[in-house]
Design a protein around this ligand. Structure first.
Ligand code: 3H9
Length: 675
């Protein structure tokens, strides 16, 4: 079927695009739209045009798979220009999501009609780009500078009603009457002249508005090129005539398109979607129905996990051993929802709905009615085995049994049940209701449909899931370990926690290794014997320096949890450093980066070679969504590819590390982890 078909409804020519799944504006769609505009111009019977899309959505943007390839005419900016210059009125009929180039096509039309559920947005910034088909010039002209800045720099969409209030949408249609109402609208405006064209309008800004916006967002935009270019482009819409503004937009777009940040962000866009695919399992495998989820443990983790399902409308049975713990856990869930509602991100009815779907109980047997049961108890193999032995007796046949362990061996846990095929790991990251990452751990015996069901469920609860094999710490935490070990060694040699952390935050991480330790709890995994002091960590723990929760860890914290360097910590470090016979020296930032980040990549190469991750891009997804690795660097493996694997291998060797065979091999062949 042609990508764009035309049909005359009396004097209105309807051009319908059909390019599943999201009607990306691929070359054949652009050619088809261009032809439709020409057809309308050439046909004297036609008095107006409607541009609509078949399927689930209006154009979701330019076709990202075409980026980096030789351009095919007509270019999107030209097409939008031709639509706008049409002598006959063009009406965009919007449903689903009008995103990026899709919204730009709509803005080039003379009129826009949308269903109330439609969303309008310019997500280009999330790909390290800007709306390069006139979006930065038409948005401030049709709406205003404030909204344009918000849309282009956040990438988040607004609803059709908000779009209407701002002047982007002329009319709202009924949800199921869009096409007919668009045709009727086109008839109404067929003879109205002059045609309203965005290019003929002007945009204005308050004095100092752009700089104030820059300042207010300085932290969020730190280190990134795209937000600033987006702002500059909107500035051009105010300061320059339309055509010159378009030229400026093009220049700023090209800078971004050929930069490394956009390449990294586009990599992540596809990596995230690829991660959902399980090698060797068909997409159409029959999934197990999940109508109720059971959660064992109402602590921070269990409660957070429960919220994911409740928010998605899936009923949850949550089990605790003690009434007090159950009450505390339920109370925390309620408080979290109420806080979300207070920020306007949830309605009172939604809170009531979510809480109403929660069944707290002390009766383990209630888990019998659940289709998926997730264990979130204390991290100990013994305890987990006990729980799974008990679960095996209670759970209904075919129920999926999952452990939220962050390190432990899923095969060993599965082996205590009579149904290892139904067991897997679902490793949520804390806070579990916020963090997007979910490592789904495939045991040796995990059945294909169990794995596929867990992956599909992850999408339902809006997580980004990655399949991991059984290995201590799976993908993310396993790579974290060599980083932490090396960070501690650097302290012995003369670096300070502040320096190590600064190198990481300057790299773009939200926090460094020691800040992370303080947040998570320095005491995690500590032997809890204050008299046994064998290293810096033991000394900190026995001094009550357990991290933010006790007001001190590697740093001292004030009542607002602001960190300052600690003299006590420095003297503990000095003492252990002297004891180990290490001579303190000046450690450079470069050495810190090489010794803490390169070993992570080395570990990533081992994980890949062992088949514990399906692909390098999955490792990138883990680090971006689980640990805040800067998306504009594309994840550790993509970043390593960009740096050059030869450089990484040489750096590892220089610091005495054993280079992983896969890294060695790729470095020697001048290859990459990501294809
Ligand atoms: C742009 O417009 C630049 C212009 O300003 C300037 C040009 C000069 N292209 O996400 P899903 C694929 S930049 C190609 O799972 P959902 C996606 O890879 C663009 N392919 O569905 C996946 O493929 P597969 C600005 C695309 O329902 C399949 O479609 N626009 C594109 O969860 C399904 O996707 C954006 O950044 C694309 N543009 O969400 C919007 N979009 O099945 C990006 C999707 O093989 N897209 N695919 O894995 C989205 O945000 C979501 O896809 C959307 C649907 C919300 C539309």
């Amino acid at each position: 079927m042609a990508a764009v078909t035309t049909e005359k409804h009396g004097s209105v020519l309807v051009a319908t695009a059909n390019n599943p799944p999201v009607n990306a504006l691929s070359a054949d769609v652009r050619v088809g739209l261009d032809a439709a505009i020409k057809e309308a111009a050439a046909d004297p019977e036609v008095t107006a045009v409607v541009i609509a899309c078949a399927g689930r959505t209006f154009f979701a943007g330019a076709d990202i798979t075409e980026f980096g390839k030789p351009p095919v005419e007509p270019w999107l900016p030209e097409l939008v220009d031709r639509i706008e210059r049409s002598e006959k009125p063009v009406v965009a009929a919007i449903h689903g999501t009008a995103l990026g180039g899709g919204l730009e096509v709509a803005l080039g039309c003379h009129y826009r009609i949308a269903v109330p559920s439609a969303k309008l947005g310019t997500p280009e910034v999330k790909l390290g780009l800007l709306p390069g088909a006139g979006g930065t010039q038409r948005l401030p002209r049709l709406a205003n500078v404030e909204l344009a800045l918000k849309l282009v720099t956040s990438g988040n969409p607004i609803g059709a009603k908000e779009g209407q209030a701002a002047g982007l949408i002329d009319r709202l249609a009924s949800e199921d009457g869009l096409l007919d109402e668009a045709i009727a609208f086109a008839r109404e405006v067929a003879d109205s002249r002059p045609l309203p064209r965005a290019r003929d309008k002007t945009a204005s800004a308050e004095p100092g508005q752009f700089d104030a916006f820059r300042q207010a967002n300085a932290r969020a935009f730190r280190n990134q090129h795209a937000p600033e270019n987006n702002i500059k482009a909107v500035e051009a819409a105010v300061s320059l005539p339309f055509d010159e503004g378009m030229a400026k937009e093009r220049e700023l777009f090209m800078q971004l398109m050929f930069g490394t940040q956009s390449a990294a962000l586009r990599h992540i866009f596809f990596a995230e979607r690829k991660a959902a695919k399980i090698d060797g399992i068909d997409d159409d495998i029959t999934l197990r129905p999940i109508n109720r989820v059971g959660i064992i443990g109402a602590g921070t983790m269990g409660g957070g996990i429960a919220m994911n399902f409740l928010t998605a409308g899936i009923p949850v049975t949550i089990v605790e051993m003690q009434a007090e713990a159950l009450e505390r856990g339920t109370g925390t869930i309620r408080k979290n929802y109420e806080a979300t509602a207070a920020k306007g991100r949830m309605s009172a009815e939604q809170v009531a709905g979510a809480m109403g779907a929660l069944s707290p109980t002390l009766d383990f047997d209630k888990l019998a009615e659940c289709d998926l049961i997730i264990e979130a108890v204390y991290e100990s193999m013994e305890v987990k085995k006990e729980v799974f032995t008990r679960l095996d007796k209670i759970a209904k046949p075919g129920a999926i049994l999952a452990s939220n362990t962050s390190y432990l061996d899923i095969n060993e846990i599965a082996a205590v049940t009579s149904r290892p095929q139904d067991v897997l790991g679902m490793h949520f990251f804390s806070p579990a209701n916020v963090m997007k990452l979910l490592e789904i751990v495939r045991g040796d015996k995990t059945a294909d449909d169990v794995l596929a069901t867990a992956m599909a469920l992850a999408k339902t609860i809006k997580k980004v899931a990655v399949v991991a094999g059984v290995a201590y710490g799976f993908i993310g935490n396993r790579m974290l370990m060599p980083r932490q070990v090396e960070a501690m060694k650097l302290l012995m040699e003369g670096a300070t926690p502040e320096q190590v952390d600064r190198v990481h935050t300057e790299f773009g991480m939200p926090m460094g290794p020691f800040q992370m330790s303080d947040l998570a709890g320095v005491d995690i995994g500590w032997h809890r014997d204050p008299a046994r002091i064998e290293n810096v960590r033991d000394a900190l723990c026995s001094a009550g320096r357990w991290g933010q929760k006790t007001g001190k860890g590697f740093y001292d914290y004030d009542e607002k949890r602001r960190p300052t360097a600690s003299a006590e910590v420095q003297s503990i470090i000095d003492e252990f450093s002297a004891r180990s016979g290490s001579v303190k020296r000046e450690v450079t930032d470069e050495e810190i980066l090489e010794r803490t980040v390169y070993p992570m990549i080395n570990e990533g190469a081992l994980i890949l070679a062992e088949g514990k991750a399906q692909r390098a891009s999955d490792i990138d997804v883990v680090w971006i969504y689980g640990y805040g690795f800067p998306p504009y660097k594309g994840g550790p493996m993509f970043w390593a590819d960009q740096e050059g694997l030869g450089k990484i291998a040489a750096g590892l060797e220089k610091h005495g590390f054993e280079v992983a065979p896969l890294l060695r091999e790729k470095a020697d062949a001048n290859g990459r982890f990501n294809k």
